[in-house]
Design a binder for this molecule. Structure first.
Ligand SMILES: [Zn+2]
Ligand SMILES: [Zn+2]
Length: 377
């Protein structure tokens, strides 16, 4: 036994430096925000070496999520620049670590909002890695598992990620449309699953943007009758065309009459100031009001204790993306049922990304910008 241990020790001593030498950092190039003013530049940097459980993905498409804007503009606290945003990433595997069996070179893979977690806490064990205290977000987080390096996101030509935090994208998927599912898809799919929305349920989706238009498609697929709420006339026809039974322009008071106690499930995807109590009133007794839209921290909507007491019996909960197991389920469900976001594809130049950000801010996008990362120069 002793001899075996000594031998193993020697083997480790012999192999460690060799694999150490082999582990070279990965050069990467992306589009980085250089300040909170939203100016972008082409930026070259390095990613950590491909570990035994990691894969290298060549990015094909990365999409622009509203939360990228919140990060770039420091709406959710102070940030560090240059920052390469992007947590909706679709690409092809080009290298795998020696322990990886989930992927092989050439497979399609997707990466969402997180790239690592402790793997050991109650959340991780329950496939809810997004709530792990030591979760590492895809960009602009300090990665304690890699010397505290600052993570950089998907507006780049590649990404290194632990295989567990990449999803398998089926070969028949529409690659140019699938990236937004990694955040907008899972963020809306997960609460619909948590609330067990089913055939015949009355569902409301508040906010008909990147997230909202995914929620509508999932709710319809589950057999629900869907009403959409937004603040503009511009989206009325799109929502009805998608299959919503009703569209309510919240700025038009008449349309809101008689809607109290109407819905089994309401999902708020609104990323700006609004009145949540209005939606709580519209939730049926024993119904669920789920919140996924996260407005800027200095501009937070509120529900008061009085709201909860006077509108008792309704369940209110927040939800953040979904765990990796559920994210894989969502990808498989979406591809199988041909559920994709509506996208506008742009080339990977600083100017076009800046322009896209302005359009997202102004609400002038239907519904997700996808950056074709192969066009990055
Ligand atoms: Zn997002
Ligand atoms: Zn954990």
């Amino acid at each position: 036994m002793k001899i075996f241990n000594v031998l193993m020790g020697l083997l480790c001593l012999m192999t460690a430096p060799v694999s150490g030498l082999a582990q070279e950092k990965i050069p990467s190039k992306g589009l980085a925000a250089v300040s909170n003013k939203g100016k972008f530049e082409v930026y070259e940097f390095e990613r950590h070496a491909i570990g035994d459980n990691d894969i290298l993905i060549e990015t094909m498409y990365a999409s622009i999520c509203h939360s990228d804007l919140h990060h770039v503009h420091e709406d959710w606290g102070s940030e560090e620049y240059p920052m390469v945003p992007g947590h909706e990433i679709a690409g092809r595997v080009t290298q795998v670590g020696k322990n990886v069996i989930k992927f092989k070179v050439g497979d399609y893979a997707g990466v969402g909002c997180m790239i690592n977690s402790c793997g050991d806490c109650n959340y991780c064990k329950a496939n809810l890695e997004q709530y792990c205290k030591n979760v590492v977000m895809t960009y602009h987080a300090h990665d304690q598992y890699h010397g505290d390096e600052i993570t950089q996101g998907g507006y780049s030509n590649n990404i290194v990620v632990k295989d567990q935090f990449a999803v398998k994208i089926p070969e028949n998927a529409k690659m140019d449309q699938i990236a937004p599912l990694l955040c907008a898809g899972i963020t809306t799919y997960s609460p619909l699953m948590q609330s067990e929305v089913k055939q015949g349920d009355k569902v409301a989706v508040a906010g008909y943007g990147g997230l909202g238009h995914m929620a509508v498609q999932y709710a319809l697929k589950l057999g629900a009758e869907v009403t959409v709420f937004d603040i503009t006339e511009d989206k009325r026809q799109d929502a009805l065309d998608m299959g919503a039974t009703k569209y309510v322009n919240v700025n038009n008071e008449d349309e809101l009459k008689g809607m109290d106690d109407s819905f089994d499930f309401i999902l708020s995807t609104i990323p700006a100031m609004y009145e949540p109590a209005m939606y709580l009133k519209m939730t049926k007794y024993k119904g669920d009001f789920a919140i996924v839209g996260l407005p800027a921290l200095d501009n937070q909507p509120t529900l008061t204790v009085a709201n909860f007491v006077f509108l008792g019996g309704r369940n209110v909960y927040g939800s953040q993306i979904g765990g990796m197991k559920e994210t894989q389920e969502m990808i498989d469900f979406s591809v199988e049922n041909n559920i994709y976001p509506m996208v506008e594809i742009i080339e990977a130049t600083p100017n076009l990304v800046e322009e896209a950000y302005q359009n997202v801010l102004d609400g002038n996008v239907k519904f997700r910008y996808v950056i074709d990362m192969k066009t990055l120069k």
